[in-house]
Design a protein around this ligand. Sequence first.
Ligand SMILES: [Zn+2]
Length: 751
Amino acid sequence: MSSPQSAVREDLFGGAEASVSNKARCKARFGRTNGVGQNTCRDLFGAWSIKCARILESPGLSPIGQPLMTTPSIDTNPLLEDWTGPFEAPPFERIEPSHFRPAFDAAIRQARAEIDAVAADPDPPTFVNTVEALERSGRSLDKVAGVFFNLAGAATNDEIQAIEREIAPILARHRSETYLNDALFKRIDALKAGQEKLGLSAEQARVLERYHLDFTRAGAGQPPEAKARLAAIAERLATLGAEFGQNVLADEKDWLMLLDESDLDGLPDFFIASAARIAAERGHAGKYAVTLSRSSIEPFLQFSSRRDLREKTFRAWGQRGENGGVTDNRAIAAEMVRLRAERARLMGYETFAHYRLADTMAKTPRAALNLLESVWAPGVVSARKEQEALQEIVAAEGGNFEVAPWDWRYFAEKRRKSEFDFDEGEIKPYLQLDRLIEAAFYAANRLFGLSFAERFDIKLYHPDARAWTVTGRDGSPVALFIGDYFARAPKRSGAWMSQFRGQKKLDGPQLPIVVNVMNFAKGGEGEPSLLSFADAQTLFHEFGHALHGMLSDVTYPLISGTHVPGDFVEFPSQIYENWMEQPEMLRRFAHHYKTGEPMPEALLDKLLSARQFNQGWATVEYTASALVDLKLHLNPSPDMIDVVAFERQELARIGMPNAIAMRHRTPHFQHIFSHGYSAAYYSYLWSEVLDADGFEAFEESGDIFNPVVAKRLRDFVYAAGGSRDYEEAYESFRGRRPSPHALFRKRGFEA
Ligand SMILES: [Zn+2]
């Protein structure tokens, strides 16, 4: 049963944690800053999240079966055919937006019939006729949703957005009809009660427990009135989640700042070339444009010496979702927070955060708060010291103002230059996108024996997207990997991993089709795309998620690949970033795009020795967002609160430094309103404890590709999906429980 099933147990759907089979994983972290100073953030939201958001939250009910637009015959709908082309990939060249609605309707009807048949089976429940039957249901819906939600994130348009809004509540209703079905739950409950007698394998037992938990957490077994209300809440949340994300996209799309030659002070050549290209693409040839995409605005804030323009762009960026009019998200956020709290109360939990975290590694809001608070205090201390240093630079330049959020990146860049004697612009010519893709593949080869061969016989959904066949040590195929790297207008911001098809072995092996979507700036005319150090980390991060999907080796779809809790799922992605930062990797792959020369050792040393630079700032901007998220969802009965006022009060309470802004302000905080990280934005930090501690296993062995450690990492983490308890999986890999000290060391906090 696919789409509506849960696997990623987050509330991706607003709380009803649902899951969808192709989840995508997003990234938003805060910066592990590499020496390059800037935050390394990535944001993301992916199809999974996107999908999830839809599936779970929602309202509006349009009757299933009413096609929105033209109705191609079902017989000729490419989404519903068997895909027989190369790698059985979706036939993108034949798929039109008008195919989606009828395909969804047919696929949902089919899934409904399959699931209802399981519920109505007159035979007593068995693992095969109930759990496996559910695992087999919804194949078509998986296929349709896989294509749709990937396109909705990476190549959307008005037609797709309209379908997205329509289909969100319908999918939520489908999910509710499944998870609130009494007959179905009775069968699962009976199996669970007699589990010892079933002779299940460890993986099967895990799948059964997971089903039982997913049903229970969705409200199965509750009285009828409660179930009706839970279903209504889920549908309303799904619609609101979809609208929230679309509003942010609209605010980003609408904003463009054009510059003349005279406005380019301080901006490096790579930025100017890219800004010229963006302006030309938007019909302003001869000018230069800054957009609200991170890959555009962050370098602008870092390098532009025009304080007035920095302030203007920063304010527009911070104001997304709060501009009044139809794209304003404040009321949507307030309603979502209220509905989530109501859902939690109906389920017998004190607050939404308690409900949400019960099914994570952290388990309780207290545990998550403890971690955040342990990092907040030293983070603020470091940030204040950093701020003093920046203020000295301002004074030395004769400036008479206090460092503001729009100044931080700019003066931090100057400080890095003076203290570490290099700047981002010096690094960038060595970080070519194509070489870094090669580097990510190389590490996967050394660690896991994977090989990558690009193929050109598969027509994808956009000319910029590329595909590779992935094979294992023995040459047998493992997965199809798609990389879609460049920013373009109808793409959501951020970076994410998603799947068109997940791995499973039930009824024969099914190989995954995994996609990484990024928003890197293309190079200028005839030039390669050059990345910042943070971009390079993002590339490796998302590739780590991709490996989690591609190396998955389980039988059942419910627990395949990235179908794991949000505070564990960032572990395989974040630990992979470590390989990019190793001197041995940079020597091999960081070559100058013009001369082909490797990065000079002196520059490499400077880069690596500056790793803890600006970590106070990065910790503060992330942790503030994570704390506001948790506090927002720890309110037992928020009645249409003013989310912006709440945010302000909370920041005052924790002592947020004036010179730093939240990484994501509430009105555009898509992680928590559109992408399944509600009350769970702390997950990135939680996973960072694991990844910092976990990478030290390689360092301690003296070999960053140590085959024994790599095998344990593969077996217990990348290949295991949700087939094991997560703490147990970590301990099996590491040989002991995780310790937070590695994280503190990495951030320079453990003096
Ligand atoms: Zn991630």
